[in-house]
Design a binder for this molecule. Structure first.
Ligand code: MSP
Length: 655
């Protein structure tokens, strides 16, 4: 039985565009688990990577005029940078274009074919010729192709199929005998009722309509279906089917596959059946987490919120983003992301509670004891309560983390932080400091606060590694004071240790000013996300793709009009905003603030005709009353291009 190893995976990401904050969700959660298990002494394998084949990637590469490999190489390097920024401590990054993975998948396909679990048949479906895609009746939108809205025709093509139906009974039995296999439990019922009970159909596992995939070795022209290719990454990354499968021997079966709820189906039906057919053990657990949504729609369609993790990390620090993702929404549920809620969390939990506790404690040791930790003394009022809570929090946090309840785990930890802040109010060190006779008591109070911070530094490390490091730097001490086990102990800091002062670890944010600035940078950010993520969405099942569609009536609500820029100047209080004066054909000048100054000089814009969103509610941006918005696109390499409509007079309606 495996005991001392821990293997955790994230889904492998489609490198078809820029990732948004929702994509970081699974990875930050997996990273927290990996760090937690490492601290507990497990030998951890944390795998993430990219899922690089398929028609959409082939199409996008063609549009960009590069080879599919060159296209994905570029995006993958951006994804790796992003994980670095977010402090993701993966042990291995797999790409499905890695030659070892390709060879492994080819062997799996051949073995399943040789033993009769994959067979050649005819794929019958409804075909959209321009999109080169097959659809089932239920995937159609109003009887038409869900991607492009055109007519579909009945068609057939030769293809390979995996015998899912043969394994359906074994799969159900496995669910029954392994009640923790699918988490949260509600997702198990969804699988049983929606997919398995109605009858599993054999799965088409090859394609001939495009070539950017892993070739079927024994039948040129066929490439392996992306999901069969992608799912195999969890074992190919460990060297399964290669000359050296020692990692496979050591780590398989996986302890946890963390996945978003929309891909639970592939991980709890297709993947277990593939493994059963290969005669391999099944993973211990598949956890399907909820989605981060935006009010009224999907993350990728962000209009009113900045969702680019890079921008958010630059503004608030990596740990603030990690904290928000793990704390705000219970892991199994959906939740709504807003910049306002993010800033609220930072201000209340991180700046007020944690940040204040650290800086107040360090400042008081500095002021009253010259920055040297006083000795622990006999217990006084309120001490026992604080110490008992500090020693107990480790167990409560472990119980929550073992169930992947990140939010509960952090709530437990922050209850200790609040308790310590209350302890400061109760013991009033500033009053004790007025009387030399209270020096010993004052020392004890400050010792207890520093010890509480030590416990917090240990327990917060899997979630917020940078913050843990900063608290540790303040307190000092050696590694033995910061082991996971030591969080259940009390009294490890030694009298006489220097306690360093530090700048606020989470400065308070001025909410109104910040929201105005975010709004100013948002047109560019949202254009980028629509361009990047909107296309990736199409690779999802139809029910997901349809979530944020709008009707023609919705679109008609947006009044687009041409306008001529008559004057332009920078907005003093902002690095990004330009103030544009527009002739919109109404006879009255109109002012619009736009976050395009990194890309345009004012004099380059005057005289051009642009496209104006004329009926946008006015908003004050850095002191400028902005009445409308101009359209801009996200160009290559992080540029922003205003959409000019030169040649048209001011005031033309755009439909
Ligand atoms: N390539 C497949 C996975 C293959 S695994 C063998 C895929 N890729 S993806 O890039 O579209 O999504 C990767 C992960 O990001 C999924 O788990 C998905 O649920 C997650 N998220 C994407 N948008 C999300 C939110 N808005 N919120 C939370 N997670 C979401 O699917």
């Amino acid at each position: 039985m495996k005991k001392d190893t821990f293997y955790i995976t994230t889904p492998i990401y489609y490198p078809s565009g820029k990732l948004h904050i929702g994509h970081s969700y699974t990875t930050v959660a997996a990273d927290t688990m990996a760090r937690y298990k490492r601290m507990q002494g497990y030998d951890v394998m944390f795998l993430t990577g990219t899922d690089e084949h398929g028609q959409k990637i082939e199409d996008r590469a063609k549009e960009a005029g590069v080879t599919p490999k060159a296209f994905v190489d570029d995006i993958v390097s951006g994804i790796k940078d992003m994980w670095k920024l977010l402090n993701i401590s993966y042990d291995k990054f797999i790409r499905t274009t890695d030659p070892e993975h390709v060879a492994c998948v080819q062997k799996i396909f051949k073995q399943l074919y040789d033993q009769g679990d994959i067979y050649k048949g005819t794929y019958k479906g409804l075909y959209c010729t321009p999109c080169e895609s097959f659809w089932t009746e239920s995937q159609l939108k109003d009887g038409k192709c869900p991607d492009c809205g055109r007519e579909v025709t009945a068609a057939e093509e030769e293809a390979y199929f995996l015998k899912l139906s043969k394994y359906a009974d074994r799969l159900v039995e496995y669910y029954e005998t392994h009640p923790d296999f699918i988490q949260p439990a509600s997702r198990k019922n969804e699988m049983l009722n929606n997919f398995i009970k109605p009858g599993l159909e054999d799965l088409c596992v090859s394609r001939t309509s495009f070539s950017w995939g892993i070739p079927v070795t024994f039948d040129p022209g066929h490439v392996v279906y992306v999901w069969l290719d992608a799912l195999s990454n969890y074992i190919s990354a460990l060297g399964y089917n290669s000359d050296d499968d020692s990692l496979y021997q050591k780590f398989w079966p996986a302890d946890i596959h963390l996945v978003g709820k929309e891909i639970v189906r592939f991980h709890t039906i297709v993947w277990p059946i593939m493994l059963m057919a290969l005669g391999l053990p099944l993973p211990e657990k598949v956890y399907g987490h909820g989605w981060l949504l935006l009010e009224g729609g999907k993350m990728s369609k962000s209009k009113g919120n900045v969702v680019d993790p890079v921008v958010l990390c630059q503004r608030y620090g990596v740990d603030a983003i990690r904290y928000y993702l793990l704390r705000e929404i219970p892991f199994g549920s959906d939740g709504v992301f807003t910049n306002e809620a993010l800033i609220g969390r930072i201000n209340s939990d991180l700046a007020n509670d944690l940040g204040n506790l650290v800086s107040r404690t360090a400042a008081m040791v500095g002021k009253y004891f010259g920055g040297v930790l006083p000795a622990e003394r006999l217990a006084g009022d309120f001490d026992e309560d604080l110490i008992t809570q500090a020693k107990a929090v480790k167990i409560a946090l472990e119980e929550a983390l073992d169930k992947l309840e990140f939010s509960t785990a952090l709530t437990e930890l922050f209850a200790l932080i609040s308790r310590a802040n209350k302890y400061i109010d109760e013991t009033a060190p500033w009053a004790l400091a007025k009387d030399e006779n209270n020096k010993a008591r004052l020392g004890a109070v400050l010792y207890n606060l520093c010890e509480t911070l030590r416990v917090a530094a240990v327990l917060i490390a899997p979630f917020l590694p940078e913050t843990a490091g900063k608290i540790r730097e303040t307190l000092g001490g050696d590694d033995s004071m910061y082991t996971w086990e030591s969080a259940g102990d009390w009294g490890l800091l030694k009298a006489g240790m220097p306690i360093a002062k530090l700048p606020p670890i989470f400065p308070r944010i001025d909410v109104e000013k910040e929201l105005a600035e975010l709004e100013a940078i948002n047109p560019a950010a949202s254009a980028a996300h629509e361009a990047a993520a909107g296309k990736a969405e199409k690779e999802k099942p139809a029910n997901v793709a349809s979530l944020s569609q709008i009707t023609i009536d919705d679109f008609a609500k947006v009044e687009l009009r041409t306008a001529v820029i008559t004057a332009c100047e920078p907005v003093k209080k902002s690095k990004k905003l330009l103030k544009l004066t527009l002739d919109d054909g109404s006879g009255q000048p109109r002012t619009v603030a736009s976050g395009i100054s990194p890309w345009y000089k004012p004099e380059e814009l005057v005289g051009h005709t642009i496209v104006l969103v004329a009926n946008l509610k006015p908003a004050k941006l850095c002191g400028v009353e902005s009445c409308g918005m101009i359209l801009a696109a996200d160009g290559p390499e992080d540029t922003v291009k205003v959409l000019f409509a030169d040649g048209l007079p001011a005031g033309c309606a755009i439909h």
